[in-house]
Write a protein of this length. Sequence first.
Length: 133
Amino acid sequence: MTGAGRGTTVVGVSTVPHCDDVLPADVQTINLPEVSERLGIPVTRVHDLLREGVLLAVRRSGVVAVPAVFLDGDEVARFLPGLVSVLRDGGYLDEEILRWLFTEDDSLPGRPAEALHGHRAREVVRRAQAMGF
């Protein structure tokens, strides 16, 4: 482990937790000041959400950013924090979680990250729970 959380690249205490960009090129990301604005919270609170595993971030083109699909309007997607927690508890690194969330799954259909915004969210969480055992 190199920092505040498993699978997180952290150099110093004040560094924002993030991992390498393992996302497909078509995944839209939002920089942290914009996440702050959309959630209506200070950017330092966004840093806390990253440290707590409520959100995950990557460094894309030199900028730490969150996948846009992790937000649902002005809130964090309802099932995301629990899903991240389940997968981390199952031994998955953040990079592995992100790869899984953004890999097409014909049985959903689509990507698990996209399924977090509808009736398929519980199925995504169920699958994550099964992966942990």
